[in-house]
Design a protein around this ligand. Sequence first.
Ligand code: NAP
Length: 325
Amino acid sequence: MNQGNEGKQRSADPVLVTGASGFLGAALVKAMAGQRLVYALSRRPAIPGAEPLAVDLTRGEEVGRLLEAIPFATCIHAAALADPDLCETDPETAWRVNVEGTRHLLEVCQRRRKRFLFLSTDYVFDGRKQEPYIEEDPVCPLQVYGATKAEAEKLVLEIPQNLVIRLPFLFGYAPPPERTDFATDTLLRLWMEQPASYDNQQLRSPLLREEAAEAIRLMADSSLSGIIHLVPSETATKFDLARAFAHYLGKPAGLVREKKGEESGARARRPPSMRLSNEKFLQALSDRFRFRPLRDSIVRVAERFRSDAESSRRATGISTGQTSK
Ligand SMILES: NC(=O)c1ccc[n+]([C@@H]2O[C@H](COP(=O)([O-])OP(=O)(O)OC[C@H]3O[C@@H](n4cnc5c(N)ncnc54)[C@H](OP(=O)(O)O)[C@@H]3O)[C@@H](O)[C@H]2O)c1
């Protein structure tokens, strides 16, 4: 079928988003809720603009019962135990959520012939390859998180129409009641002029979560299948990002310090650097999507944070951003 026509035909189809209360899931719901019916699945209360569905994905029978009568056309599976350190300390839970939870959803989608998009991670690789990883490279995770996501990918790919989307490090502004993320936490520290140390060794390909959500929405309306790397070309360390945030907030660069190796404190091993080829993605969506420059994304996040922090300061007369959090 013609991909363009298929996109148009599907654009009004209802979609099921799992992990809807999460960092990316919330942005996905927002990106799609104005255009179609969105079923937002998580264990926590629903977010506005979507039909709420509450279930624990590790409970297979309940998942089957709940979803049997829901008229969705596509499932975007964003729910996961996505913190590599938590996965390392509790590998059983990581397996139950990331592998068994995915299996439970797949069973329903396969039975009801629904399209399935699985959000995976560049952590299925160890980062040791000199060239960018391509979709066909064998997986080689360094930690429990990557291993569980790689195992779930295998299950998803048993159905040829399904799509695995590998994502890089995501960032964005996540105001309360959302769970704070790297960027929001960093901006808050800078606003309060608290120094902090950041890794300056591990190169990542940071992607704005709203941009990721928009690209995923487009892929949900396409006939793409297999594996695809949704990764921008620009790279940066967390130190680079924190320094850029300091610059755009007008704070001293000295607040952002370089982390020494022994300061890490992380339980899960991280890939030294990580680059994924985005050639397949750029070819597939060349007529509909372009990555914005990283600098623009950083400015957008910093500006949104500053606007909230300044409103809060005006409202309370208190000179820190703490009240906005
Ligand atoms: N954030 C990143 O930088 C990044 C990078 C690469 C890939 N990814 C992938 O992108 C996806 C979204 O990540 P994220 O950062 O948005 O994660 P997140 O903020 O930690 O959100 C995880 C979501 O999963 C839900 N969830 C967890 N356990 C569940 C269970 N047992 N039953 C039902 N729902 C459950 C949580 O909802 P409740 O707690 O409300 O149930 C929450 O909505 C994940 O698949 C992750 O692997 C993320």
